[in-house]
Design a protein around this ligand. Structure first.
Ligand SMILES: Nc1ncnc2c1ncn2[C@@H]1O[C@H](COP(=O)(O)OP(=O)(O)OP(=O)(O)O)[C@@H](O)[C@H]1O
Length: 473
């Protein structure tokens, strides 16, 4: 093996550990290395891939190569081509296999309270109780292995993994928040599946908040609160999804408060999700909100382009479909709102290709997604942005044009200006006009202020992302 071949071998090993298995498999593994004189040519499948590698990964590839040569960087050229793939060098770590159902991936049996549906097999009632308890399952597909990681969810995932390894010890409660379809349920069920796998006898309960409310109502009607309490207070892990559904349900909040205290005191783990940061959930009792911040609160943001492509590639792979990166980019560029929509678009494209019995080309994907793209291409207007932001911050649309400068009005107005700059082709003076005849320097100042504050203030950054998601969906 030549020095350059050895160097590429070294880069592969180093890049896999630096970038993580998902990014490595999607972006680095498809590169085919060829030595040409003193230069290392990396052959990529197409032009878009080339641009992406050049913009995002060439820097790290060069760093890695330079560490092999102890400082000197070999010439590395990116080229589009169809080079036959060589066998991977011996030191290159294999790509992570696609998880298949196995003992590690089996659904957890989870007790539920009380009987949710007659179709589910009943198991004997717990001692003294009059209500039937039944088994339900966590979704076996929602595991850490099938969750693609990116900037948008890496913190949440790291926290979730810690909690899965040490439930009741590290962060209690773990509170995960983020917009619709961004993987909150997937993440918390991954914790449930991991805990079950380590400890099959752990008493785990996943419940949607709406169902918990219904359980409280039923316990109330059947005067079976004692049993209700005994059941919930005896769990080892309680996963409760979409807690914003507790708003305005005082009796539910009270019961949950008792369950929360009993579980945390007993070092049993609670994991909660919501579409909002706890303090933003109007109508939730203060004592609950303050308890939610006892542990760790983490956000899941909408995935960036690269992560959306990785999700598409992974989902297609699981369906035994090799998705061309050009097609994956095309879908990911156009479907930006959330992962559920991304999955829907991919299913459509795959079904179309199977149904029409044709290869999954870019043309086929465009055809399959024609109506989604047509509706998604609608223009985002400044009026729409002003209304969405005003509703979100509970101020009047008129305040977007007014001269008021109090912070609770000036901040949303600045956010709306920054969003208008980002989401519409309007010029700074035109934006100034639309915001009560302000000068273009005021708009520029607003955009810069919001940009700086987004990097410094994670809460503001989250709000900005949520607004962006609302406007684009
Ligand atoms: N990072 C990811 N990697 C792989 N799949 C993902 C990822 N994020 C979300 N998904 C998939 O997207 C779909 C929607 O995710 P999920 O139901 O967990 O979202 P959610 O945030 O709980 O939505 P909602 O707010 O509507 O309850 C699921 O099929 C999930 O597997």
């Amino acid at each position: 093996m030549s020095a350059l071949e050895n160097c590429w071998s070294h880069c592969l090993t180093e890049l896999e550990s630096r970038l993580g298995a998902d990014q490595f498999r999607i972006w680095i593994k498809p590169l085919v290395a060829e030595v040409s004189g003193d230069s290392l040519n990396l052959i990529v499948p197409n032009q878009i891939f080339l641009q992406f590698i050049r913009d995002r990964y060439l820097g790290v590839i060069e760093e890695s190569a330079s560490s092999f040569f102890e400082g000197g960087v070999p010439a590395i050229a990116l080229k589009v081509g169809n080079a036959a793939r060589k066998a991977p060098p011996p030191s290159a770590a294999p790509a992570r296999p696609v998880p298949t159902p196995s003992a590690s991936n089996q659904p957890a049996s989870v007790a539920t309270f009380p009987a949710p549906a007659p179709s589910v097999r009943p198991v004997p009632p717990i001692q003294g109780g009059s209500t039937h308890h039944e088994t339900t399952r966590l979704n076996p597909a929602f595991t850490f292995e099938t969750l693609v990681t990116g900037k948008a969810n890496q913190l949440a995932r790291a926290a979730a993994q810690q909690v899965a390894e040490n439930p009741g010890v590290s962060y209690n409660p773990l509170f995960v928040y983020g917009g619709v379809g961004l993987g909150k349920t997937h993440l918390i069920q991954a914790i449930g599946n991991a805990v079950h796998q380590r400890n099959p006898s752990a008493k785990i309960r996943y419940i949607h908040a709406e169902k918990y409310v219904a359980d409280v109502v039923r316990a109330y009607q059947h005067k079976s609160f004692d049993e209700f309490k005994r059941y919930y207070h005896s769990l080892d892990l309680l996963l409760i999804d979409d807690i914003q559904f507790f708003v305005g349900k005082d009796k539910t909040q009270e019961e949950f408060f008792y369950a929360f205290n009993a579980l945390v005191e007993g070092h049993k783990q609670i994991i909660i999700t919501s579409d909002r940061y706890p303090k933003e959930i109007d109508g939730l009792q203060d004592r609950l909100v303050s308890r939610f911040s006892w542990g760790l609160t983490v956000a899941i943001e909408p995935p960036e382009l690269e992560m959306r492509v990785a999700i598409l590639m992974m989902k297609a792979e699981r369906e035994n479909f090799k998705l061309d990166s050009t097609v994956a980019f095309f879908i990911a560029k156009h479907i930006r709102s959330n992962v559920r929509e991304l999955e829907g678009a991919l299913k459509r494209v795959l079904a179309y290709a199977r149904f029409t019995n044709q290869a999954l080309t870019l043309e086929a994907a465009k055809e399959a997604l024609r109506d989604i793209l047509a509706s998604g291409n609608r223009q985002i207007t400044v009026e729409n942005i002003q209304k969405t932001v005003a509703d979100f911050y509970k101020i009047k649309v008129a305040d977007m044009h007014s001269k008021k400068r109090t912070r609770d009005i000036a901040r949303p107005r600045q956010i709306a200006m920054a969003l208008t700059k980002e989401l519409t082709p309007m010029s700074l003076p035109a934006i100034g006009d639309a915001f009560g005849g302000r000068d273009h320097t005021t708009v520029l100042h607003a955009c810069r202020t919001i940009e700086a504050q987004r990097s410094a203030d994670s809460e503001l950054s989250h709000q900005y992302n949520v607004l962006m998601q609302m406007l684009r969906s």
